[in-house]
Design a protein around this ligand. Structure first.
Ligand SMILES: NC(=O)c1ccc[n+]([C@@H]2O[C@H](COP(=O)([O-])OP(=O)(O)OC[C@H]3O[C@@H](n4cnc5c(N)ncnc54)[C@H](OP(=O)(O)O)[C@@H]3O)[C@@H](O)[C@H]2O)c1
Length: 335
Protein backbone atom coordinates (compact mmCIF):
# COMPACT_ATOMS: atom_id res chain seq x y z
CA UNK A 1 0.00 0.00 0.00
CA UNK A 2 1.00 3.68 -0.36
CA UNK A 3 2.02 5.17 2.99
CA UNK A 4 3.95 8.03 4.52
CA UNK A 5 6.66 6.27 6.52
CA UNK A 6 8.90 7.40 9.37
CA UNK A 7 12.09 5.25 9.38
CA UNK A 8 13.96 7.19 12.09
CA UNK A 9 12.88 9.82 14.61
CA UNK A 10 13.72 13.31 13.41
CA UNK A 11 12.44 16.05 11.10
CA UNK A 12 9.05 15.50 9.44
CA UNK A 13 10.42 17.02 6.21
CA UNK A 14 12.38 13.76 5.72
CA UNK A 15 9.19 11.66 5.40
CA UNK A 16 8.16 10.37 1.96
CA UNK A 17 5.23 8.46 0.49
CA UNK A 18 6.41 4.94 -0.42
CA UNK A 19 5.24 1.29 -0.75
CA UNK A 20 4.83 -0.27 2.71
CA UNK A 21 3.31 -3.58 3.93
CA UNK A 22 -0.37 -3.32 4.96
CA UNK A 23 -0.88 -3.74 8.75
CA UNK A 24 -2.02 -7.06 10.23
CA UNK A 25 -5.67 -7.22 11.37
CA UNK A 26 -5.68 -7.40 15.21
CA UNK A 27 -8.12 -9.47 17.31
CA UNK A 28 -11.48 -7.63 17.42
CA UNK A 29 -10.00 -5.42 14.69
CA UNK A 30 -11.36 -3.52 11.70
CA UNK A 31 -9.47 -2.85 8.42
CA UNK A 32 -10.33 0.47 6.76
CA UNK A 33 -9.62 1.83 3.25
CA UNK A 34 -8.58 5.33 4.28
CA UNK A 35 -10.21 8.26 2.54
CA UNK A 36 -9.08 11.17 4.77
CA UNK A 37 -6.77 11.50 7.77
CA UNK A 38 -6.41 14.46 10.09
CA UNK A 39 -3.33 16.62 10.59
CA UNK A 40 -2.28 18.13 13.91
CA UNK A 41 0.57 19.89 15.69
CA UNK A 42 1.39 16.70 17.59
CA UNK A 43 2.55 14.93 14.37
CA UNK A 44 5.82 16.89 14.57
CA UNK A 45 6.37 15.45 18.08
CA UNK A 46 5.41 11.87 17.06
CA UNK A 47 7.92 12.01 14.18
CA UNK A 48 10.61 13.58 16.39
CA UNK A 49 10.12 10.74 18.93
CA UNK A 50 9.09 13.33 21.56
CA UNK A 51 5.39 12.45 21.96
CA UNK A 52 4.01 10.68 25.08
CA UNK A 53 3.83 7.52 22.93
CA UNK A 54 6.87 6.29 20.94
CA UNK A 55 5.83 3.77 18.23
CA UNK A 56 8.26 1.05 17.11
CA UNK A 57 10.15 2.02 13.92
CA UNK A 58 9.41 2.11 11.04
CA UNK A 59 5.94 3.55 11.62
CA UNK A 60 3.20 5.41 9.77
CA UNK A 61 2.06 8.60 11.58
CA UNK A 62 -1.47 9.99 11.76
CA UNK A 63 -4.03 9.45 14.53
CA UNK A 64 -7.51 9.65 12.99
CA UNK A 65 -9.06 8.35 9.76
CA UNK A 66 -12.32 8.29 7.86
CA UNK A 67 -12.91 5.59 5.25
CA UNK A 68 -14.78 2.40 4.30
CA UNK A 69 -14.49 -0.86 6.19
CA UNK A 70 -12.74 -3.55 4.07
CA UNK A 71 -12.83 -6.44 6.55
CA UNK A 72 -13.51 -7.15 10.21
CA UNK A 73 -12.32 -9.82 12.66
CA UNK A 74 -15.02 -12.48 13.32
CA UNK A 75 -16.14 -11.10 16.74
CA UNK A 76 -16.65 -7.50 15.56
CA UNK A 77 -20.24 -6.23 15.93
CA UNK A 78 -19.92 -2.41 15.68
CA UNK A 79 -19.59 -2.29 11.87
CA UNK A 80 -19.24 -4.46 8.76
CA UNK A 81 -17.53 -4.37 5.33
CA UNK A 82 -18.71 -1.40 3.25
CA UNK A 83 -19.66 0.85 6.21
CA UNK A 84 -18.26 4.39 6.26
CA UNK A 85 -16.55 4.91 9.62
CA UNK A 86 -14.25 7.17 11.58
CA UNK A 87 -11.51 5.60 13.70
CA UNK A 88 -9.20 7.05 16.32
CA UNK A 89 -6.08 4.91 16.18
CA UNK A 90 -3.03 6.69 17.63
CA UNK A 91 -0.77 6.08 14.63
CA UNK A 92 -1.03 4.44 11.17
CA UNK A 93 -3.48 6.88 9.53
CA UNK A 94 -1.34 8.20 6.64
CA UNK A 95 -1.68 5.04 4.55
CA UNK A 96 -4.12 3.47 2.10
CA UNK A 97 -5.13 0.97 4.78
CA UNK A 98 -5.39 1.40 8.54
CA UNK A 99 -6.46 -1.03 11.24
CA UNK A 100 -8.21 -0.19 14.49
CA UNK A 101 -9.64 -2.06 17.46
CA UNK A 102 -13.44 -2.13 17.22
CA UNK A 103 -13.63 -0.03 20.41
CA UNK A 104 -12.44 3.14 18.65
CA UNK A 105 -14.36 2.73 15.36
CA UNK A 106 -17.45 4.93 14.97
CA UNK A 107 -19.95 4.41 12.09
CA UNK A 108 -20.87 7.70 10.35
CA UNK A 109 -24.34 8.92 9.38
CA UNK A 110 -24.86 9.84 5.69
CA UNK A 111 -25.62 13.44 6.71
CA UNK A 112 -21.96 14.32 7.31
CA UNK A 113 -19.14 14.45 4.77
CA UNK A 114 -15.90 12.67 5.55
CA UNK A 115 -13.58 15.64 6.15
CA UNK A 116 -16.12 17.33 8.45
CA UNK A 117 -16.57 14.07 10.37
CA UNK A 118 -12.84 14.02 11.17
CA UNK A 119 -13.20 17.53 12.55
CA UNK A 120 -16.08 16.43 14.84
CA UNK A 121 -14.21 13.37 16.02
CA UNK A 122 -11.16 15.27 17.13
CA UNK A 123 -11.73 19.00 17.61
CA UNK A 124 -15.37 19.01 18.72
CA UNK A 125 -14.91 16.09 21.10
CA UNK A 126 -11.92 17.95 22.58
CA UNK A 127 -13.92 21.19 22.80
CA UNK A 128 -16.95 19.52 24.41
CA UNK A 129 -14.88 17.39 26.78
CA UNK A 130 -12.74 20.33 27.90
CA UNK A 131 -15.66 22.72 28.32
CA UNK A 132 -18.33 20.45 29.76
CA UNK A 133 -16.65 17.42 31.31
CA UNK A 134 -13.68 19.29 32.80
CA UNK A 135 -14.68 22.95 33.26
CA UNK A 136 -18.41 22.29 33.82
CA UNK A 137 -19.36 25.22 31.56
CA UNK A 138 -22.96 26.32 32.26
CA UNK A 139 -25.50 28.19 30.12
CA UNK A 140 -25.25 31.92 30.80
CA UNK A 141 -21.53 31.84 31.69
CA UNK A 142 -18.94 33.83 29.74
CA UNK A 143 -16.37 31.77 27.85
CA UNK A 144 -13.08 33.06 26.40
CA UNK A 145 -11.65 30.95 23.54
CA UNK A 146 -8.00 31.55 22.59
CA UNK A 147 -6.82 30.64 19.06
CA UNK A 148 -10.50 30.85 18.15
CA UNK A 149 -10.09 30.39 14.38
CA UNK A 150 -7.94 27.24 14.67
CA UNK A 151 -9.13 23.61 14.65
CA UNK A 152 -10.07 23.15 18.31
CA UNK A 153 -10.63 26.90 18.83
CA UNK A 154 -13.40 27.23 16.23
CA UNK A 155 -14.96 24.03 17.57
CA UNK A 156 -14.93 25.54 21.08
CA UNK A 157 -16.64 28.71 19.82
CA UNK A 158 -19.51 26.67 18.33
CA UNK A 159 -19.67 24.20 21.22
CA UNK A 160 -19.72 27.05 23.76
CA UNK A 161 -22.64 28.64 21.91
CA UNK A 162 -24.47 25.29 21.67
CA UNK A 163 -24.07 24.93 25.46
CA UNK A 164 -25.62 28.38 26.00
CA UNK A 165 -22.54 30.42 26.94
CA UNK A 166 -21.67 33.97 25.89
CA UNK A 167 -18.56 33.43 23.75
CA UNK A 168 -15.66 35.88 23.42
CA UNK A 169 -13.35 34.65 20.65
CA UNK A 170 -9.72 35.81 20.64
CA UNK A 171 -7.53 35.31 17.56
CA UNK A 172 -4.59 36.83 15.71
CA UNK A 173 -5.89 39.08 12.93
CA UNK A 174 -9.09 40.68 11.64
CA UNK A 175 -9.89 37.86 9.18
CA UNK A 176 -9.63 35.17 11.86
CA UNK A 177 -11.86 37.26 14.17
CA UNK A 178 -14.42 37.66 11.36
CA UNK A 179 -14.44 33.87 10.86
CA UNK A 180 -15.08 33.31 14.58
CA UNK A 181 -18.03 35.75 14.40
CA UNK A 182 -19.43 33.83 11.38
CA UNK A 183 -19.29 30.71 13.54
CA UNK A 184 -21.28 32.30 16.36
CA UNK A 185 -18.90 34.31 18.60
CA UNK A 186 -20.72 37.13 20.43
CA UNK A 187 -17.59 39.31 20.57
CA UNK A 188 -14.02 39.09 19.32
CA UNK A 189 -10.56 40.30 20.34
CA UNK A 190 -7.71 40.58 17.84
CA UNK A 191 -4.74 39.98 20.12
CA UNK A 192 -2.33 41.03 17.39
CA UNK A 193 -3.56 44.61 17.75
CA UNK A 194 -5.30 44.73 21.18
CA UNK A 195 -4.19 43.98 24.72
CA UNK A 196 -6.14 40.88 25.81
CA UNK A 197 -6.75 41.93 29.43
CA UNK A 198 -7.87 45.47 28.55
CA UNK A 199 -10.21 44.19 25.85
CA UNK A 200 -11.71 41.64 28.29
CA UNK A 201 -12.28 44.37 30.90
CA UNK A 202 -14.08 46.42 28.23
CA UNK A 203 -16.20 43.48 26.97
CA UNK A 204 -17.21 42.22 30.43
CA UNK A 205 -17.72 45.57 32.23
CA UNK A 206 -14.63 44.79 34.39
CA UNK A 207 -16.14 41.48 35.59
CA UNK A 208 -13.90 38.93 33.81
CA UNK A 209 -14.71 35.55 32.26
CA UNK A 210 -15.96 32.32 33.87
CA UNK A 211 -14.08 29.84 31.66
CA UNK A 212 -11.01 30.02 29.40
CA UNK A 213 -10.42 27.42 26.64
CA UNK A 214 -6.67 27.50 25.98
CA UNK A 215 -5.00 25.66 23.08
CA UNK A 216 -2.12 28.18 22.85
CA UNK A 217 -0.12 28.53 26.10
CA UNK A 218 2.55 31.15 26.80
CA UNK A 219 1.85 34.80 27.60
CA UNK A 220 -1.77 34.72 26.33
CA UNK A 221 -2.64 31.98 28.86
CA UNK A 222 -1.09 34.01 31.66
CA UNK A 223 -3.13 37.09 30.69
CA UNK A 224 -6.31 34.98 30.39
CA UNK A 225 -5.74 33.38 33.81
CA UNK A 226 -5.60 36.85 35.37
CA UNK A 227 -8.91 37.72 33.67
CA UNK A 228 -10.95 34.95 35.36
CA UNK A 229 -13.75 35.78 37.78
CA UNK A 230 -13.49 34.33 41.33
CA UNK A 231 -14.30 30.63 40.94
CA UNK A 232 -13.27 30.72 37.26
CA UNK A 233 -11.70 27.78 35.36
CA UNK A 234 -8.95 27.69 32.72
CA UNK A 235 -8.76 24.49 30.64
CA UNK A 236 -5.32 23.67 29.26
CA UNK A 237 -5.77 22.07 25.80
CA UNK A 238 -2.41 22.56 24.11
CA UNK A 239 0.64 24.72 23.54
CA UNK A 240 0.37 25.78 19.88
CA UNK A 241 2.60 28.79 20.66
CA UNK A 242 5.36 26.39 21.71
CA UNK A 243 5.57 28.05 25.16
CA UNK A 244 4.39 26.75 28.54
CA UNK A 245 2.54 29.35 30.61
CA UNK A 246 3.89 30.27 34.06
CA UNK A 247 1.04 29.49 36.45
CA UNK A 248 1.55 31.27 39.79
CA UNK A 249 -0.29 29.53 42.66
CA UNK A 250 -1.01 32.84 44.43
CA UNK A 251 -3.37 33.78 41.58
CA UNK A 252 -5.24 30.48 42.03
CA UNK A 253 -5.46 31.02 45.79
CA UNK A 254 -6.54 34.67 45.85
CA UNK A 255 -9.49 34.16 43.49
CA UNK A 256 -10.36 30.49 44.06
CA UNK A 257 -9.63 29.78 40.39
CA UNK A 258 -8.76 26.40 38.88
CA UNK A 259 -6.45 25.32 36.08
CA UNK A 260 -7.59 22.00 34.56
CA UNK A 261 -5.93 19.76 31.98
CA UNK A 262 -7.87 17.94 29.28
CA UNK A 263 -6.43 15.17 27.10
CA UNK A 264 -9.00 13.60 24.76
CA UNK A 265 -6.55 10.77 24.03
CA UNK A 266 -7.15 9.37 27.54
CA UNK A 267 -10.85 8.97 26.78
CA UNK A 268 -10.33 6.93 23.60
CA UNK A 269 -7.63 4.79 25.10
CA UNK A 270 -4.48 5.14 23.00
CA UNK A 271 -2.58 7.28 25.49
CA UNK A 272 -0.33 5.36 27.89
CA UNK A 273 -2.88 5.04 30.67
CA UNK A 274 -4.56 2.55 32.88
CA UNK A 275 -7.46 0.72 31.16
CA UNK A 276 -9.86 2.02 33.83
CA UNK A 277 -9.48 5.65 32.74
CA UNK A 278 -10.96 4.97 29.28
CA UNK A 279 -14.46 6.29 28.73
CA UNK A 280 -15.51 4.73 25.41
CA UNK A 281 -19.30 4.80 26.06
CA UNK A 282 -19.01 8.50 26.99
CA UNK A 283 -17.24 9.25 23.68
CA UNK A 284 -19.77 7.20 21.67
CA UNK A 285 -22.74 9.08 23.16
CA UNK A 286 -20.95 12.44 22.70
CA UNK A 287 -20.44 11.65 19.00
CA UNK A 288 -24.15 10.84 18.66
CA UNK A 289 -24.96 14.24 20.15
CA UNK A 290 -22.47 15.98 17.81
CA UNK A 291 -23.97 14.22 14.75
CA UNK A 292 -27.43 15.41 15.89
CA UNK A 293 -26.22 19.00 16.42
CA UNK A 294 -24.60 18.88 12.97
CA UNK A 295 -27.77 17.55 11.28
CA UNK A 296 -29.77 20.32 13.00
CA UNK A 297 -27.30 22.99 11.75
CA UNK A 298 -26.21 23.93 15.29
CA UNK A 299 -22.54 23.27 14.52
CA UNK A 300 -20.78 23.73 11.17
CA UNK A 301 -17.38 22.01 11.19
CA UNK A 302 -15.02 23.78 8.80
CA UNK A 303 -12.47 21.55 7.06
CA UNK A 304 -11.07 24.47 5.10
CA UNK A 305 -7.78 22.93 3.94
CA UNK A 306 -7.58 19.55 2.21
CA UNK A 307 -4.09 18.48 1.02
CA UNK A 308 -3.24 15.28 -0.87
CA UNK A 309 -1.03 12.90 1.16
CA UNK A 310 1.99 13.69 -1.05
CA UNK A 311 1.84 17.34 0.13
CA UNK A 312 1.98 16.42 3.82
CA UNK A 313 5.04 18.62 4.56
CA UNK A 314 3.45 21.66 2.94
CA UNK A 315 0.29 21.10 5.00
CA UNK A 316 2.18 20.78 8.30
CA UNK A 317 4.34 23.82 7.46
CA UNK A 318 1.16 25.86 6.86
CA UNK A 319 -0.29 24.72 10.21
CA UNK A 320 2.85 25.69 12.11
CA UNK A 321 3.04 29.05 10.32
CA UNK A 322 -0.55 29.98 11.44
CA UNK A 323 -1.71 30.13 7.81
CA UNK A 324 -4.69 27.79 8.32
CA UNK A 325 -8.16 28.11 9.85
CA UNK A 326 -10.50 25.36 10.99
CA UNK A 327 -9.33 21.76 10.52
CA UNK A 328 -6.56 20.65 8.15
CA UNK A 329 -7.00 17.20 6.61
CA UNK A 330 -5.02 14.96 4.24
CA UNK A 331 -6.73 13.16 1.37
CA UNK A 332 -5.19 9.70 1.37
CA UNK A 333 -7.30 7.88 -1.24
CA UNK A 334 -5.85 8.54 -4.68
CA UNK A 335 -9.50 9.24 -5.77
N1 LIG B 1 -5.86 18.23 24.67
C1 LIG B 1 -6.32 17.56 23.64
O1 LIG B 1 -6.96 16.52 23.76
C2 LIG B 1 -6.06 18.11 22.26
C3 LIG B 1 -6.81 17.71 21.15
C4 LIG B 1 -6.56 18.31 19.91
C5 LIG B 1 -5.56 19.28 19.80
N2 LIG B 1 -4.82 19.61 20.91
C6 LIG B 1 -3.76 20.64 20.85
O2 LIG B 1 -4.38 21.92 20.74
C7 LIG B 1 -3.48 22.79 20.05
C8 LIG B 1 -4.22 23.47 18.90
O3 LIG B 1 -4.60 22.49 17.95
P1 LIG B 1 -5.38 22.92 16.63
O4 LIG B 1 -5.65 21.69 15.88
O5 LIG B 1 -6.50 23.83 16.99
O6 LIG B 1 -4.26 23.78 15.90
P2 LIG B 1 -4.45 25.01 14.91
O7 LIG B 1 -5.59 24.76 14.00
O8 LIG B 1 -3.11 25.31 14.32
O9 LIG B 1 -4.88 26.20 15.89
C9 LIG B 1 -3.97 26.70 16.85
C10 LIG B 1 -4.05 28.22 16.88
O10 LIG B 1 -3.00 28.64 17.76
C11 LIG B 1 -2.63 29.94 17.40
N3 LIG B 1 -1.18 30.12 17.58
C12 LIG B 1 -0.61 31.00 18.42
N4 LIG B 1 0.71 30.93 18.36
C13 LIG B 1 1.01 29.99 17.46
C14 LIG B 1 2.23 29.47 16.95
N5 LIG B 1 3.42 29.92 17.40
N6 LIG B 1 2.17 28.51 16.01
C15 LIG B 1 0.98 28.03 15.58
N7 LIG B 1 -0.23 28.49 16.02
C16 LIG B 1 -0.20 29.46 16.96
C17 LIG B 1 -3.07 30.17 15.95
O11 LIG B 1 -4.06 31.17 15.99
P3 LIG B 1 -3.73 32.74 15.84
O12 LIG B 1 -2.88 32.90 14.62
O13 LIG B 1 -5.09 33.28 15.72
O14 LIG B 1 -3.02 33.10 17.12
C18 LIG B 1 -3.74 28.87 15.54
O15 LIG B 1 -4.94 29.10 14.83
C19 LIG B 1 -2.30 21.95 19.60
O16 LIG B 1 -1.25 22.12 20.54
C20 LIG B 1 -2.84 20.53 19.65
O17 LIG B 1 -1.82 19.59 19.84
C21 LIG B 1 -5.05 19.06 22.11
Amino acid sequence: MRALVCHRFGDYHDLKVEEFPAPRLPARGVRIAVEYASLSHSIKLWVAGKYQVKPPLPFVPGAEVVGRVIETAPEVAACRAGDRVMAIIGWGAYAEQAVSPESTVYPLPDSIDSAAALHLGVSYCTAYGGLRWRAGLQAGETLLVLGAAGGVGLAAVETGKALGARVIAAAGGAEKCALAREHGADATIDYKSEDLREALRRLTANRGVDVVFDPIGGALSEAALRSLVPGGRLVVIGFASGAMPKIEPNILLVKNVSVLGFNFGLYVGWSPVDERSRCEPQVRSLLRQLFDWHAAGRIRPLAAHVYPLERFCEALDALHARRTVGKVVLRVASR
